[in-house]
Design a protein around this ligand. Structure first.
Ligand code: 13P
Length: 234
């Protein structure tokens, strides 16, 4: 059983989500399917997929215009939230420290945070991939994890670029993440791979050791692209 999570980023409409939910209604799968959608689409109900947000505030409530708290996300019935996505780190200056606070807020609200880590092209070229991944895991996960978390490895240089690391690179990154999670007492935490996942490469990627599922961007937007990913693995 794998976790297949979609990240719609700033795309789609409620109508698109209703259509996706309908299209997924009769899919035979034992995989867990999650769609992380814009806040405005949360609250659409579905029997077989869970919804998530793409970010939460570090704050619970208060004078923070434009922010949405984890509690508010949970209030819509959503079960998950992404934190520390590459685009939040890139465009909003989110550091591991901020991501850890957001993950803690999510856990306190009963949400499962999907905590993203991964290296930029500059970091990769400087030979720092492993260092960035390990510090990302150690620094972005709260000290007291009193609930379920998911980690997502997203090589930032590969996102939306149609590029994927080699199987060996994915295997090495996921082994490091699994070992680091074990070292901090979080054995068994699911680790997803994300960046340019599509129907044609999903099964292969999910056959790599320590890859417990995928976090899919562009190919999660349309049922014709997303369903083959969901059904590519048992
Ligand atoms: P793509 O699948 O479009 O490369 O996006 C990956 C991603 O950022 C998922 O969070």
């Amino acid at each position: 059983m794998k976790i297949i999570a979609g990240n719609w980023k700033m795309n789609g409409s409620r109508e698109n989500l209703v259509n996706m939910v309908a299209a997924l209604q009769n899919i035979e799968t034992e995989n867990t399917v999650v769609l992380c959608v814009p806040y405005t689409m949360l609250g659409v109900t579905s029997d077989n997929i869970a919804l998530g947000a793409q970010d939460v505030s570090t704050h619970d409530h208060g004078a923070y215009t434009g922010e949405v708290s984890a509690q508010m996300v949970a209030d819509t019935g959503a079960k998950y939230t992404i934190v520390g996505h590459s685009e939040r780190r890139q465009y909003h200056g989110e550091t591991n420290d901020i991501v850890r606070q957001k993950a803690a807020s999510a856990l306190a609200a009963g949400l499962t945070p999907i905590i993203c880590v991964g290296e930029t092209m500059d970091e990769k070229q400087a030979g720092k991939t492993m260092e960035i991944i390990e510090s990302g895991v150690r620094e972005s996960i709260p000290n007291d994890v009193n609930g379920k978390i998911i980690v997502a490895y997203e090589p930032r240089w590969a996102i939306g670029a149609g590029l994927t690391p080699t199987d060996e690179e994915i295997a090495a990154a996921h082994k490091l993440i699994a070992d680091t999670l074990s070292d901090i007492g979080l054995d068994g935490t699911p680790v997803l791979y994300g960046a340019s996942v599509k129907g044609s490469n999903a099964a292969q990627i999910m056959s790599i050791p320590n890859v417990d599922g995928v976090l899919v961007g562009g190919a999660s937007l349309k049922p014709d692209d997303f369903i083959p990913i969901i059904t590519s693995v048992k």
